[in-house]
Design a protein around this ligand. Structure first.
Ligand SMILES: [Zn+2]
Length: 426
């Protein structure tokens, strides 16, 4: 079996924004992402919700400096999110496609925010406005974007959306997908200051200079983000809910413990009843630590790889993965009800292969070398199972001549786990 590496850097930074001293408060956080020079091919397909064609959310993008190719790729990633999340208040994103130097920077995202609004599920916690508006059922930030995203036009990008990112290029659609996930709320407000104190809600604009946003910068009042609200130690102690002094040496020690987990129930369930692990390396990196999934736990080929801090050229990942989606669900997002189980584990390193694909009447399955018992079940876009059978190296031909043309999903179960491949029937 081919071993794939995945190495590159998404460095993220968090920044915050203005308070309107009365009831409306705003938060801004930023996520800057960098690429490494590594180049290894891997590919993860978009989720089933995207192929079903349903769109539960409207995302309106105001582009500046965009090219036709980059806009088409961004629109593709936008539609993936529109297929996963549901909401009644349209999302507003400013996308700036600008030359940001050749230092490896891929992009930066700055979410806007609010706290203590009517409909907030938790008080004294910052929400990204993209979510706050859905919970409030109204637009809380009229005239302001929900997040600003800067994407570096100097990068050697691949703008195709087929996932076949060539060597040496970065997959624009994957980076856009990753950045939007930060904008929707996979972002926190932790930091360690120059005195070594760990804190929530003490970030200032100076922490991110020379970064800037289209909306003002708030006093964070030592309050955590809704993402921070769910972080816990390996002992189950919640980091931002009073168990630890803020700021403190203790928090700094915890932030660099490599033992931070997600406490939300959906994260647990979507991760096969394990607490998802958060990236918290021994050296704190502002905007990278505490705002991504753990790289070592979710390496290349893992269904949850997109929201880890490291990515690479030549690779594409068009599915945020079940843990990232579960995190958004835990913080309050209404998620496509079909995006909730192992069917979404469209794992890039599936041991099984289908050929030919697209299929006319029948296809064969390969990849049995290390398997004892294997089953295949084929479902349509609604999740209805149309065919189920045991397969083996000698019984590997599947007849789907009676199926209508369209997209189907083949789920393979073996002793090494479950994986899913997309089938196109002509
Ligand atoms: Zn990131």
């Amino acid at each position: 079996m081919k071993k794939i590496f995945f190495l590159s850097v998404f460095i993220s930074t968090i920044t915050i924004q203005t308070i309107n001293a009365q009831t409306n408060c705003q938060l801004k956080s930023g996520v800057a992402c960098y690429g490494s020079g590594e180049t290894v091919f891997s590919k993860v397909d978009a989720p089933q919700s995207f192929y079903r064609g349903t769109r539960g959310l409207t995302i309106n993008v105001t582009y500046t400096g965009i090219t036709p190719a980059s806009q088409a790729a961004f629109e593709y990633s936008k539609q993936i999110w529109e297929s996963i999340l549901n909401g009644t208040v349209p999302i507003k994103i400013n996308v700036y496609f600008l030359a940001l130097g050749s230092g490896g920077l891929l992009g930066i995202t700055f979410p806007n925010g609010r706290k203590n609004f009517t409909g907030a599920l938790v008080n004294d916690v910052w929400y990204p406005t993209s979510l706050a508006n859905q919970l409030a059922g109204t637009e809380l930030n009229a005239g302001e974007s929900d997040f600003d995203m800067y994407l570096n036009s100097s990068v050697n990008w691949y703008f195709g959306t087929d996932g076949n990112c060539p060597a040496g290029k970065y997959d624009f659609a994957s980076v856009a997908l990753h950045e939007m996930c930060h904008g929707f709320g996979l972002v926190g407000l932790s930091k360690i200051d120059t005195a070594g104190l760990g804190s929530f809600g003490l970030l200032t604009l100076d922490d991110f200079a020379p970064a800037f946003t289209s909306f003002p910068w708030p006093e964070l009042d030592t309050l955590p983000g809704i993402f921070d609200h769910y972080l816990m130690t390996s002992n189950g102690a919640l980091l931002s809910q009073g168990a630890f002094q803020n700021p403190s040496d203790t928090l700094a020690t915890i932030f660099t413990s490599n033992q931070i987990y997600w406490s939300g129930i959906y994260g647990f369930q979507f991760n096969n009843n394990l607490e998802p692990k958060i990236y918290a390396p021994s050296t704190f990196a502002l905007g990278s630590s505490m705002v991504h999934l753990d790289e070592a736990t979710y390496p290349n080929g893992n269904a949850n790889e997109l929201m880890t801090p490291f990515a690479t050229a030549h690779s594409s990942n068009h599915n945020p993965g079940p843990i990232a989606i579960a995190i958004l669900k835990d913080i309050g997002w209404n998620v496509d009800p079909n995006y909730n189980d192992v069917n979404e584990l469209l794992i890039a390193d599936s041991k099984f292969q289908i050929y030919p694909n697209p299929v006319m009447d029948e296809f064969r399955v390969s990849g049995f070398e290390f398997q004892v018992v294997n089953t295949i079940s084929i479902s349509d876009l609604t999740g209805r199972i149309l065919l189920e059978k045991t397969i083996s190296a000698s019984e590997n031909k599947i007849d789907i001549s009676q199926f209508n043309s369209g997209i189907y999903f083949a789920e393979f179960k073996s002793e090494s786990g479950i994986s899913t491949l997309k089938i196109v029937k002509n």
